[in-house]
Design a binder for this molecule. Structure first.
Ligand SMILES: Nc1ncnc2c1ncn2[C@@H]1O[C@H](COP(=O)(O)OP(=O)(O)O)[C@@H](O)[C@H]1O
Ligand SMILES: O=P(O)(O)OC[C@H]1O[C@H](OP(=O)(O)OP(=O)(O)O)[C@H](O)[C@@H]1O
Length: 181
């Protein structure tokens, strides 16, 4: 049985990562979305995640609970190591990763495929305002966050989500699951 792919969905805040992942899973029930462990308030809304304290996060990271973990936006993020079981069953898994983690992710997940979601800057600002999950200062910080460079040699599909979400999702599905001729 071939190993499943870890499909890393990356891109700037507000670009549509959660929206695209939700639609991909709806279109492909065999696709598993990784439930991240985040030190974000459990009632923050948005993606379905496990909210824990920074102290517990550190203990679990030290205990080897995470296949990957990183810090961003003043939060800690972890990908539970159980994702390896999903891939070992031959299933693909979707995970929202930091762009800064892609080099490490490629070492941890040999079958890594990067789905790089992009959008025009003015679109990002409007979408973060519309989402309303962060306050104005945090939105400004996220919009000003420099885009980490990607390491060489990754399998990357770039999807422009400046327009209709369904079109971005269709392009992602076509790239990830090209129709067998
Ligand atoms: N193609 C799109 N057209 C219009 N609104 C979108 C589109 N994609 C995402 N959104 C909206 O933009 C906001 C940010 O999307 P989200 O998926 O949370 O981005 P990210 O996870 O990358 O931060 C959300 O309110 C979402 O509903
Ligand atoms: O290093 P970067 O590529 O800039 O990514 C920074 C963080 O943003 C995303 O998290 P999250 O989904 O919490 O933030 P978002 O919804 O604003 O994208 C991503 O998973 C990283 O944890």
């Amino acid at each position: 049985m071939s190993t499943g792919r870890l499909i890393a969905v990356v891109g700037p805040s507000g670009v549509g990562k959660d929206s695209v992942m939700e639609a991909l899973v709806a279109a492909r029930p065999d696709l598993v979305r990784v439930r991240r462990v985040i030190t974000r308030a459990a009632d923050a809304g948005g993606e379905e995640f496990e909210g824990i304290s920074p102290a517990l996060f550190a203990a679990r990271a030290a205990g080897g609970d995470f296949a990957l973990h990183w810090q961003a936006h003043g939060l800690f993020y972890g990908i539970p190591r159980e994702v390896h079981d999903v891939l070992g069953r031959g299933q693909d898994a979707l995970a929202n990763l930091s762009r800064a983690m892609l080099g490490r992710a490629a070492r941890v997940f040999p079958e890594l495929h990067v789905l790089h979601i992009t959008a025009r800057p003015e679109v990002l600002a409007a979408r973060l305002a519309g989402r309303g999950r962060e306050g104005r200062a945090e939105i400004a910080r996220r919009l000003a966050r420099p885009a980490p460079a990607f390491p060489e040699g990754l399998r990357v599909t770039e999807i422009d989500n400046s327009g209709r979400l369904d079109e971005a999702v269709a392009a992602a599905l076509a790239a990830l699951y090209p129709a067998r001729v």
